[in-house]
Design a protein. Structure first.
Length: 261
């Protein structure tokens, strides 16, 4: 009988920003592989809509309205997730926003508003996950996978999005530090860096979205922009025991665009 090497049955995963876009793609991949999932988003109605779709894959789903710009809300939310499922094996720090501003004209509100979500929110989510996983390890139950959602902007400059690239670059650096510090507890830390993924957020302006999609199609060896489902394999792999010796890495999922430029 064939064995499913990437079966996540019995594992639990928390995905921030999991009710739409890339985050929902991560959650769907994990649910399809058998994991029980916790999804966070600021809107309870959107969370429940996403949760209903995820329940179709047969696992348990817990949806929770959590604003990752609020440290106390993060602490309470992680506690609720652990209370609901007993443990967290994987935590995906995905919640993020994208704003644009020429660097010379960028105001403080735009800068801090993005970093509060994309960087500081991720830091405190990962800190709470690490506390839980370290406590488990000290009790004899080692292991855990921290997954950070990066971006091609880690490697390439994007005009009018310096603050976005700054946040993603900082997360990439953070992941390396976590891999080094938490490895002795059996906790792994890796980044998934997507290229241009077509979502509600990236296609919010149809004209801009269409122009970017066309540019990506022309410059990407595989000849197309990405979709959230293109990221499912990477997140399932990093959540599975098949990646037990894989940490401190950044997986670029961009159809080959970075390698061709």
């Amino acid at each position: 009988m064939a064995e499913n090497l990437f079966d996540l049955t019995g594992k639990t995963a928390l995905i921030t920003g999991g009710n739409s876009g890339i985050g929902f793609g991560f959650a769907r991949g994990l649910a399809r592989a058998g994991a029980d999932v916790v999804i966070w988003g600021r809107r309870a109605d959107r969370n429940e809509e996403a949760a209903e779709k995820l329940r179709a894959y047969g696992g348990r789903v817990f949806a929770d309205a959590v604003d990752v710009t609020d440290e106390s809300a993060i602490v309470a939310g992680v506690a609720r997730a652990i209370a609901a499922f007993g443990r967290l094996d994987t935590v995906v720090a995905n919640a993020g926003i994208a704003t644009q501003a020429p660097f010379a004209a960028m105001d403080s509100a735009t800068y801090h508003g993005l970093l509060d979500v994309n960087l500081h929110g991720a830091v405190f989510v990962l800190r709470e996950a690490a506390r839980h996983m370290i406590a488990r390890a000290e009790a004899g139950d080692r292991g855990g996978s921290l997954i950070l959602c990066g971006s091609g902007s880690i490697f390439q400059g994007v005009p009018t999005m310096a603050h976005y690239g700054l946040a993603k670059g900082a997360l990439n650096s953070l992941s390396k530090a976590l891999a080094a510090e938490l490895g002795p507890h059996g906790i792994r830390s890796n980044v998934i860096a997507p290229g241009f993924i077509q979502t509600e957020m990236t296609l919010a302006d149809p004209d801009i979205g269409a122009a970017i999609t066309k540019m990506v199609e022309e410059k990407t060896p595989l000849g197309r922009a990405g979709w959230p489902e293109d990221l499912e394999g990477a997140v399932v792999y990093l959540a599975s025991d098949m990646s037990r010796y894989h940490t401190g890495d950044t997986l670029v999922i961009d159809g080959g665009k970075l390698s061709a430029n």
